[in-house]
Write a protein that binds this ligand. Structure first.
Ligand code: AMP
Length: 607
């Protein structure tokens, strides 16, 4: 059975799900958790650590432990958000060869798609472990407000991981799918999705006949739990300065401990109204005196420190309603997605804004992966899944730069996809033989203020007076959200089609190299997982044999068991024990099944 898994590639946590039978289910990791931390580290000996293992060593290895890398994906190094992260991160963020972002781990620069690929790979391994076979295809979710560069970077991550990305699905849309797939009424949903790093609001119509229609989506791809944590960290740094006169901003270990304590306190304050933050031996002063921090943080103070972030999220909700041309009364159900929506201040603000209690019964950490799994299942079953059709929208306007450095949108924000459109542009100079087409995404009337997606040139035009030669530019977004641009010389009919592949910042050669490394890593991990399964099988087989052996020996005379057979069985068990100790469990398949047969026979004979 081939599966298409659904992966929620979150800023703080990742989650993987699959449709089993007719329902989507979350696949938990070896440790039994439904989510895996989006944390990657490289240990001193070069070992790669992902998830909980990386979290566990973060305080002792802060320079080489990366968290929240999704906040940097598809951005250029000079972007204000990246510079913001550069100042606050314990790990080193550097500029890549294409002006992109790289992170230094043990002397090697890793691109963000490469790090994201490691997370995808980890989630694939979780799924393979649970489903017992190789997984090659996945639906991966992204924030709805991600632009094309960010989406492209996630696609590259999938490619590096050697996973076929069947679809890139918007996170709030995935949540709506999971909410609505077994409901029978017409409803208008507002999905409020505040995760670790990003914020989206989508308004979605769901109907038993019409399917899922996203009517508006908007957000902020740099607003999330990390910003709440930052506020607490800044407050803690200030307390340390007050109490000890010490500035810890440049000490990675102290910063990492502060960050972890801040996040823990924030999470706790969703359940209690006060919490203690106790961080002994945070640092050492110049005179050798230790810096201890002992403070109490109240829920009300946390709410004061972060009130503006909550307000920002509500302003975005207003924008979503405006875009959907709906009023608050038109919303039937509010769905909360993302770990941050557990914060009481957010729940209160959302309830007041939408004038209703949000829907319970949707798991904020799992619903996105469940929706992605449904979408994967749908892709697999060729329209026969019984799932309703889905129409999403594009969150940003797409267009090109025209004379005067202005931006001319060709596809407006909130247009339903798939869509295509075209526009005719005339040359602006006499004898012009080349037209350069610069493709941008955003809402600003000045081209330079929007996101640059790529450029291409239409060359070899017939020299003619200005305005006489016309070039038709066509934009297309397909159902997978993939965006293409083509241009036609109207005179010759000659077409130039390009896929606007821009700014993930890694070259095809680099991707090929990363794919190779990733494939080697996957093979090694699969082998390790296989060995682990064999080891566990051996342990169980030996334990069962050991349990039955004393009884078999005691009752040997009164049974039909031949003494020689028992001696033979003991020797087999001994050999299995020995080879397993030497660490080659895979070599024992035959012996282990022999041992199982013997144990079964003994059990039956002894009754
Ligand atoms: P996600 O990206 O959806 O996994 O969201 C993770 C974010 O939710 C992180 O910033 C967490 O600190 C935050 N979070 C998780 N649990 C809670 C909680 N109980 N209260 C407040 N925030 C939480």
């Amino acid at each position: 059975m081939t599966h298409v898994i659904g992966i929620d590639l979150g800023t703080t946590n990742c989650c993987v799900a699959v449709v089993e039978g007719v329902r989507p289910v979350v696949l938990s990791n070896r440790a039994g958790y439904a989510t895996t931390p989006s944390v990657i580290a490289v240990a001193e000996d070069g070992t790669r650590l992902v998830g909980q293992l990386a979290v566990r060593q973060a305080v002792t290895n802060p320079r080489h432990t990366v968290h929240a890398s999704k906040r940097l994906i598809g951005r250029s190094f000079d972007a204000p958000q990246v510079q913001h992260a550069v100042q606050r991160s314990a790990f080193e963020i550097v500029e890549g060869p294409q002006g992109d972002v790289r992170i230094m781990l043990r002397g090697r620069a890793y691109s963000i798609p490469e790090l994201s690929a490691m997370l995808l790979q980890e989630m694939r391994l979780v799924a393979e472990d649970r489903l017992g076979g190789p997984i090659e295809r996945a639906v991966v979710t992204v924030p709805a407000y991600f632009n094309d560069n960010q989406r492209q970077a996630v696609r590259d991550a999938g490619k590096i991981a050697g996973l076929e990305i069947v679809r890139i699905l918007n996170e709030p849309t995935a949540a709506a799918l999971a909410y609505g797939f077994d409901r029978q009424e017409n409803r208008t949903l507002a999905v409020f999705d505040l995760g670790g790093g990003t914020f989206d609001v989508s308004i979605v119509h769901v109907g038993p006949e019409s399917g899922f229609d996203v009517v508006a989506t908007t957000g902020d791809s740099y607003l999330g739990g990390e910003d709440f944590d930052d506020r607490i960290v800044a407050w803690l740094l200030e307390r340390v300065r007050e109490q000890h006169g010490a500035d810890l901003r440049t000490l990675p270990t102290a910063l990492q401990r502060l960050r972890e304590a801040a996040q823990k306190a924030k999470n706790e304050l969703s359940d209690v109204t006060e919490t203690d933050i106790s961080l002994p031996f945070l640092a050492t002063m110049e005179d050798g005196a230790p810096v201890h921090l002992e403070v109490e943080l109240s829920r009300s103070w946390l709410e004061q420190m972060t009130g503006d972030l909550v307000t920002r999220s509500l302003q975005i909700c207003e924008r979503a309603l405006r875009l959907a041309e709906l009023r608050v009364e038109d919303i039937d159900e509010v769905i909360l997605v993302g770990g941050m929506t557990r914060m009481p201040a957010i729940q209160r603000a959302v309830s007041e804004f939408f004038e209703r209690e949000p829907c319970r019964g949707v798991h904020p950490d799992e619903v996105v992966a469940l929706g992605a799994a449904l979408s994967g299942f749908q892709s697999l079953s060729d329209g026969r899944s019984g799932l309703l059709p889905l129409r999403d929208v594009t969150a940003h306007s797409l267009g090109i730069m025209v004379a005067g450095g202005r931006f001319e949108p060709l596809i407006a924000a909130n247009t339903t996809v798939p869509t295509r459109t075209s526009s005719v542009f005339a040359t602006s100079r006499d004898g012009q033989e080349t037209v350069k087409i610069i493709v941008l995404q955003g809402e600003h009337e000045l081209a330079a203020e929007n996101e640059f997606l790529g450029q291409f040139a239409m060359t070899g035009l017939r020299p003619a007076p200005a305005g006489e030669t016309e070039v038709e530019v066509m934009f297309e977004i397909d159902t997978d959200g993939l965006f293409r641009v083509a241009a036609i010389d109207r005179e010759t009919g000659e077409a130039r089609q390009i896929q606007v592949l821009a700014q993930s910042g890694i070259t095809p050669d680099e991707i090929a190299q990363m794919m190779q490394e990733s494939a080697a890593y996957l093979a090694q991990r699969r082998q390790e997982e296989q060995d682990e399964r064999s080891r566990q099988g051996i342990e169980v087989a030996l334990a069962e044999f050991d349990r039955i052996l004393p009884e078999a020996e005691a009752r040997l005379e009164r049974t039909t068991i031949a003494p020689a057979a028992l001696t033979q069985a003991r020797m087999t068990a001994e050999r299995v024990r020995q080879v397993a100790r030497e660490g080659n469990p895979g070599a024992l398949e035959a012996e282990v099944s022999q041992l199982r047969v013997i144990t079964d026979t003994l059990r039956r004979t002894l009754g």
